[in-house]
Design a protein around this ligand. Structure first.
Ligand SMILES: Nc1ncnc2c1ncn2[C@@H]1O[C@H](COP(=O)(O)OP(=O)(O)OP(=O)(O)O)[C@@H](O)[C@H]1O
Ligand SMILES: [Mg+2]
Length: 281
């Protein structure tokens, strides 16, 4: 059985009529990297809230269908225990910063302290992750006085440091420049290599294409497409529905118009380069 299973799930927030998720059936296996894409208000954050148990434990509303995590009904799970298994990086980093700590160092350490990790190990991990994210110079700063991009990195660091088995990450690079974005993707890739399960909401489709195993497309609360990254991101009909595809796939189409055809639609740069090289030889 898959780690997380959703069967015909429909969820409506309190005081509204329109469900934010409609008849969603999907499963998430351990150790895989899932990318969630789709237009604004498509239901991506709502799906994250559900997987992390904030729906139905924090957001009430109406939840229909079945959700299980490791075979257990989400409705019956202890949300505090779930928090130690699933690290959730919120879309809005302002929500994530605790507001009670005086330095970025303490902020990143907070989650680990709550988990009861020994002090020496906490210190080592904070320095380690700050180095990787290039925020060592911020460690003594006040978390409330950071820029949006800095907050995003600190929020990311504080959750990653807790070293859960699964990470649900909602648009972690929205406020970051290309360098910052690449850094975050490298870390997520490393986590995947360590066997973690990753569920990532991200608009940067070229990067998702490089790293994700599977893609889910949400639109108007419906799951309009799911499958392997190669399968989903080469479905040109998605373009008509406002979904962006990787540049390499668009390049394939342009090339085709000139009468030149690659072997198959590439979604990664390496595949694209390899096919071009093969044709040139
Ligand atoms: N707390 C809430 N109460 C009522 N409706 C909500 C709440 N949060 C989200 N919604 C609605 O649910 C729908 C899905 O929103 P959601 O935030 O999940 O979309 P999203 O795909 O994450 O969008 P974005 O790309 O803007 O982050 C939207 O119509 C939104 O207005
Ligand atoms: Mg969202």
């Amino acid at each position: 059985m898959a780690y997380i299973e959703l069967k015909d799930v429909t969820y409506t927030y309190p005081l509204v009529k329109e469900p934010a998720l409609k008849n969603i059936t999907a499963s998430f296996e351990k150790g895989k990297f899932y990318g969630i894409i789709g237009e604004n208000a498509g239901g991506k954050t709502t799906l994250c809230n559900l997987i992390r148990g904030l729906i139905p434990h924090f957001y009430k509303g109406k939840l229909k269908g079945e959700v299980t995590i490791d075979g257990q009904d989400l409705r019956e799970l202890d949300i505090d225990i779930l928090a130690t298994q699933i690290g959730y990086i919120f879309q809005n980093p302002f929500t994530q910063i605790s507001g009670v700590k005086k330095s970025v160092f303490e902020e990143i350490a907070l989650g680990m302290e709550n988990l009861g990790i020994p002090k020496q190990e906490i210190i080592e991990r904070v320095f380690e992750i700050a180095k990787v994210l290039n925020i060592e110079n911020l460690l003594q700063n006040n978390p409330n006085a950071l820029s949006g991009g800095q907050r995003q990195k600190v929020a990311f660091a504080s959750i990653i440091a807790m070293d859960s088995d699964t990470f649900v990450i909602d648009e972690p690079t929205s406020q970051l420049d290309p360098d910052g974005t690449a850094g975050i993707f490298e870390i997520i890739h490393t986590l995947k290599e360590q066997g973690k399960t990753i569920i990532l909401v991200e608009h940067k489709i070229d990067l998702l294409a490089e790293y994700a195993d599977e893609i889910l497309v949400l639109q108007g609360g419906e799951l309009i497409k799911k499958g392997s990254t190669q399968e989903v991101l080469t479905d040109f009909s998605l373009l008509d529905r406002g979904v962006m595809l990787p540049h390499t796939a668009l390049f394939y189409r342009e090339l085709e118009k000139t009468g030149k055809k690659l072997d198959h639609v590439p979604v990664t740069r390496n595949d694209c380069m390899k096919q071009l090289r093969d044709r040139l030889v």
